[in-house]
Each structure stands twice: as C-alpha cells, then as structure tokens.
Design a protein around this ligand. Structure first.
Ligand code: CP
Length: 315
C-alpha cells in the first residue's frame, strides 16, 4: 500500500480490521516497528480525535511525530501548475511536498471540502497533489470526499458490538446548522460493502449522497420507517450533494431522539463526533448506555495504528 487515500487502498480490508482488533488487545505489540521513523501530520482544518488518535497510534508503533497546522502556521500553498504566484499563496505544493518528504517517512493530511465547487472537491486537489509530489506515503485524515480512518474505526466498533449475524444498520442524516461535507457518510457507505448486514440510508429529499457511491443501497426518505428494527443507528449530517453545498432545511424533524430510538431493536447509537447536542441528537440518546460514540473515538487509535503498520510494512 503506497498511500491510504481511500478504503480501497487497503490490500485486504478484513486483514486490516483483524490487525486493528489485535492492536487494541496489545497496542505495544510492534512498539519498535517504526523506530527512527517520523510521521508528519498536516492539518488544513481543525481536529480533536484524528489529531490525537493518529499521534497516539504512531507513538504506539515507535514513530516520532511532527504536527503542523497549515491553516495558520505554514505558508499558504498554491496547487495550480503554471500559475504566476502573485497572490497570497507563497509556496507551491511541489516544493512543500518534496521538502516534507525529507523530514518525514509518512505524511498524513486533513483537507476538507470547500463545498462551493463540486468538481474541485471531487478532484481531491490537496490529497492528490501531495500524493503526486511527495516521495513518501500519504494518509488521508479526512479529505473532501472521504474519511477512511473513521470508517475503519467504525467497522471495528460494529464488529465489537454486533450480536446478530446480519444486523440492520441505518445511516441516518441528521440536522446541523452548518453545511457539512459528505466525507464521513461516503466512507461509511464504502465500509458497509464489507459487512454482512441489512444496510439502509435515510435522509430527507434533496439530501441523497452521490449515487455513484450509494449504488443500489436502499435510500428511504421516511426516517421513522427506516429506523424500524434497526440494530445500529449511525447519525451524520451532510449538506445537499445534488444542490451542492446547500442547506435545504433547518427544522429539527430529523434529530435523533429517545422516542425515535424506541422504533429500533434497542439499537446502538453511533456518531463520529464532534456532535452538536440537541441539534443532531438529543441528550437522552447520547447519554444512554447504548451510545457507542466514545468507543468509536477510542477505536480511532487502533484503526490508525493498523493503517500505519500496513503502510510501513509495504514501503
Ligand atoms: N471524527 C473526527 O474525525 O473527529 P475530529 O474532527 O475531531 O478529528
């Protein structure tokens, strides 16, 4: 695996999941594996879980880590080729990626969608430019269209909590005051391709995810109908994909509440965090013992550790 840009880069999804499980049982099993190697973590956007869990994962393997916020600490980067750099962008990604490659053995990058230009977001210019111009492996810590580290952690959480051979898993859109990207939803859908589950997506009209990603997965526009007999409910907001970047509704009708969870088969509740209480999900759901959100965040470490180990084993 040269890079980890998407789940499909994993040589074997099930093997990566098994590795994450075993690393959770024994986090220091490979504590010298990356001795004298350096992981660079570059953030164009904020983070709590991804930043800390990826650093912890790296340290468990013996990596040193270097962290930089490109949003306010680095020179503003130019990504276009052949441009006269007269504006505020002082450094081209060609040099930046080459320089970082000398200081680090692996680089992990977070760069969200702009949500105002679908074509540019889907081109994944930041991730792909680093992948093109860096001479070291590149890891996606959430890009414009995907959050595969989150999805691998979610697979671990599902595996740990599933009691039925074929559970019903519902990915439910939920309200949010800001326009949010599709990355988490997209990667969760891709991860579910590896699960033996009855999987449905529920979202209001106008909020269907990219049909090239959801393919033939049922999309139900009635949330209460979709929640019936669910074993897992994964809540997430995303902005409109068809009316790209737009917020089409601001009411709280789709908030996950304790009453709605009563429609389910005593479902476990999942969310990637951060979550806005009593907007996305009611306190009573988050604070219920069926909520897995803190365990999901814990599993981010072992998912990242599995990816890092797989990367360095293949360099
Ligand atoms: N779930 C997740 O990626 O959290 P952060 O944005 O805090 O990293």
């Amino acid at each position: 695996m040269k890079n980890f840009i998407s789940l499909t880069d994993l040589p074997n999804f099930d093997a990566a999941l098994e590795l994450a499980k075993s690393l959770k049982e024994d986090p220091y099993a490979f504590e010298n594996h990356a001795k004298r190697k350096t992981l660079g973590l570059i953030f164009f956007n904020p983070s709590l879980r991804t930043r800390l869990s990826t650093q912890k994962a790296a340290q468990n393997l013996g990596f040193e880590t270097l962290v930089m916020n490109f949003s306010n600490e680095a020179w503003a980067l130019e990504f276009e080729d052949g441009t006269e750099m007269r504006g505020i962008r002082s450094e081209h990604v060609r040099e930046a990626a080459a320089v970082i490659s000398q200081y680090c053995d692996v680089v992990a990058i977070r760069a969200f969608a702009s949500l105002n230009n679908k074509e540019q977001d889907e081109a994944e210019i930041v991730l792909n430019s680093f992948a093109n111009y860096a001479s070291i492996p590149v890891i996606n810590m959430e890009s414009a269209t995907g959050h595969p580290l989150q999805a691998l952690a979610d697979a671990l959480t599902l595996a740990e909590h599933k009691t039925l051979h074929k559970p019903k898993v519902v990915l439910s859109w939920a309200p949010h005051p800001k326009a949010l990207p599709h990355a988490v939803g997209n990667s969760f859908v891709k991860m579910m391709e590896h699960q033996d589950a009855e999987f449905v997506i529920t979202n209001p009209e106008g909020y269907d995810l990219d049909p090239r990603i959801t393919k033939d997965i049922p999309v139900i526009h009635n949330q209460e109908e979709a929640l019936k007999n669910a074993d897992f409910v994964y809540a997430k907001n995303w902005c409109s994909y068809s009316n790209y970047g737009s917020i089409l509704r601001t009411d709280d009708e789709w908030m996950l509440t304790a009453d709605k969870m009563k429609l389910t088969n005593n479902a476990k509740f999942m969310h990637c965090l951060p979550v806005r209480r009593n907007i996305v999900v009611a306190d009573g759901v988050l604070d219920n013992s069926n909520s897995l959100v803190i365990e999901q965040a814990n599993n981010r470490t072992y998912a990242a550790q599995a990816v890092l180990k797989t990367i360095i084993d293949h360099v």
